[in-house]
Design a protein around this ligand. Structure first.
Ligand code: 6PG
Length: 239
């Protein structure tokens, strides 16, 4: 069952997300010695990452990955890595060797191939797929997660394809790298954070019948936690 928590405002939702992320990381580290966390970009998680710096001070044993990246240099203002570096990775002083960024500057296909092999090498597999402990996701107004867009060929990736190059993203920039749906579904937990009325239709659809037109609806429901503010929370049926 999907676990859904709703808060009056975006700040409270970010506080809960930061607390949940810290808790999942501690648990994973206690259980397995290492915790593998994947981050998304976009504006929504910024505050949660900032608050996470105060929720978790000991980052030993934590490896940081990315759910997706834009094909730009790491110092470009559009880079998901740059956002995570500023809000979280620099403040907690995690060593660079434990931050595995997608190399957007290599382009979609080479960047995806390189990332897939690093994932295979460093993240322990469960049923042949790397099992990330926690993937933090945002959602687009069209229902995309990571860089998996409605109806895109990337949604057909088989279990052998851990990472995919995206060449025509409807959200700029068009060239991106993304984890595949099988990798998101193999993660021990996905945390989807959404705030604002603009996200309400997408959140409603994501919690409804699974469809390729709403990639978030294809996530593995029993491993999904959804944190919302009131504005983003699903419309009642027929509402
Ligand atoms: C990206 C993302 C993307 C994002 C959603 C939500 O690179 O843009 O990782 O999947 O999470 O588009 O973005 P906002 O939080 O900015 O609405």
């Amino acid at each position: 069952m999907t676990h859904i928590s709703t808060f009056p405002g975006a700040e409270q939702a970010a506080e809960r997300a930061a607390r949940d992320i810290a808790q999942q990381l501690r648990r994973a580290r206690e259980a397995r010695g290492t915790a593998h966390l994947a981050l998304s970009g976009g504006g929504t998680p910024v505050r949660a990452y900032e608050l996470l710096t105060g929720e978790l001070s000991d980052w030993d044993g934590i490896e940081v990955w990315f759910a997706d990246e834009r094909c730009v240099a790491p110092e470009d203002e559009q880079s998901n890595y740059l956002m995570a570096r500023r809000t979280l990775l620099e403040p907690v002083r995690i060593p660079a060797a434990r931050v595995h960024r997608m190399q957007g500057e290599l382009g979609p296909d080479d960047g995806a191939a390189r990332y897939a092999s690093t994932l295979r090498e460093l993240v322990p597999a469960q049923t042949s797929l790397p099992a990330l402990d926690l993937v933090v996701l945002g959602i687009g107004p069209d229902g995309h997660v990571a860089s998996l867009f409605p109806g895109a060929p990337a949604l057909d990736a088989g279990e052998q394809e851990l990472c995919l190059g995206v060449h025509a993203s409807p959200k700029p920039p068009p060239r991106r790298i993304t984890l595949s749906l099988p990798v998101l579904c193999a993660a021990r937990r996905c945390l989807l954070l959404a705030t604002g009325a603009e996200k309400r239709p997408a959140v409603t659809a994501a919690l409804g019948e699974p469809t390729r037109e709403v990639p978030a609806s294809l996530l593995r429901r029993e491993r999904l936690s959804v944190i919302l503010d009131d504005d983003a929370s699903p419309s009642p049926p027929g509402g």
